[in-house]
Design a protein around this ligand. Structure first.
Ligand code: DP6
Length: 360
């Protein structure tokens, strides 16, 4: 897979703007461990969310000095940390979008959820920037024959910014990483899995309970690196591949008992990889464990197929079919809010993927 294209250079350098809304996603089978240039050590599958998203407007103008400058405003305020992160991202893209070095960028970004609420802002943030760059290419070079090729390239580019971001480019359920289960799968971009998915997974709910909204002690990028020396990593990668196969069947047949078991096991395995890394670390908080125990109790008592998953953080994603919304909302209010930071819950649901906004 090669998106290098030295012809994407402006003769007359334009000024313009483009704006995109891109969603976050929550992995069911987790990406944890990578090699080479953002190549995942195992395939992963996620639900694309709808209410948790990033809105990004990119203004571009000729660069006077002939190199790329980036200013970044987050929630209306200059943010040098995000500017630097974006500069580093752009520095990897010189062969894919050579025009990047002819432009200065002023980027305005805001999340629908608080930054560092522990929900993956890098996925929505990086995918929104990738979309903006592909859109600049589309507007000025008209290189995309169709929508599919546009989003595939955006996914490829987003992956270089943050691995999980490549799954945010499509709606519904998205797979990333080479596997025999899906002939169209790739290590370089995400693939939407929306054929033959059981209707029980439409509008699947994800209520995100924010247990702790503080900055993580260990970043995901460092966590991935620690998998290189984790004594259990090779077993984990084999297990993830098996889980992809099991999940493939489950997504077709709608067997929620199998879904619940697989998703919870994936979440706990992810965190067990953190606990068995060297140095070891723990991202769960007491509230995380209390919520998990309450979910197990509730599922036992009611037989409602609600389950949890975790990202690389302490917050709990509660996953359940649309038809149990009322029961699960009551359960959260009565039994779980006491374990959250100030009663903070984001009631999200699976979504349709990114959308272009009117650039202001
Ligand atoms: C636990 O995509 O944040 O959320 O590629 O280093 O940016 P980088 O890592 P990142 O890792 C996310 C890991 C995860 C699981 C997942 O989303 O699959």
């Amino acid at each position: 897979m090669n998106y290098e294209n030295k012809d994407l250079i402006f003769k007359e350098i334009p000024t313009g703007k483009t704006a995109w809304r891109s969603p976050s996603n929550i992995a069911l089978v987790k990406y944890w461990g990578k090699t080479g240039v953002q190549i995942p050590s195992n395939p992963s599958v996620s639900f694309t969310l709808s209410k948790s998203h990033t809105d990004t407007t990119v203004h571009y103008a000729p660069s006077v000095h002939g190199n790329c400058g980036v200013e970044f405003y987050f929630d209306g305020l200059p943010n040098e940390a995000f500017a630097e992160k974006t500069r580093q991202f752009f520095s990897k893209l010189g062969n894919i979008f050579p025009f990047v070095n002819q432009l200065n960028f002023r980027i305005y970004s805001k999340n629908s959820f608080p930054h560092s609420a522990g929900i993956a802002s890098s996925a929505s943030g990086m995918s929104a920037i990738a979309l903006a760059l592909c859109d600049i290419e589309n507007i000025h070079f008209m290189t995309f024959p169709d929508k599919d090729s546009f989003f595939k390239k955006a996914s490829y580019v987003a992956r270089l910014g943050s691995g999980s971001a490549c799954r945010s480019l499509f709606g519904g359920i998205v797979e990333w990483g080479l596997t025999d289960e899906y002939p169209e799968s790739s290590n370089y971009y995400g693939t939407p899995l929306n054929n033959k998915i059981n209707s029980i997974f439409e509008n699947y709910h994800d209520s995100i309970l924010i247990v702790d909204s503080g900055e993580k002690k260990v970043s995901s990028t460092i966590g991935h690196g620690l998998m290189n020396s984790n004594p259990f990593s090779s077993t984990r990668f084999v297990q993830a591949n098996k889980n992809i196969a099991t999940l493939n069947n489950t997504l077709k047949n709608g067997d929620l008992n199998s879904f619940v078991k697989l998703v919870e096991s994936e979440a706990l395995t992810l965190h067990s990889m953190m606990m068995t890394s060297s140095p070891y670390y723990l991202l769960m908080k007491p509230g995380t464990v209390s919520i998990i125990e309450k979910i197990w109790e509730f599922r036992n008592d009611t037989s409602i197929p609600v389950c949890f998953t975790l990202d690389a953080g302490p917050n709990v994603h509660i996953l359940y079919p649309h038809k149990y919304n009322t029961e699960v909302q009551d359960f959260i209010k009565i039994n779980l809010l006491c374990f959250t930071a100030d009663g903070y819950v984001i009631n999200d649901v699976t979504g349709q993927g990114p959308e272009k906004l009117e650039a202001k």
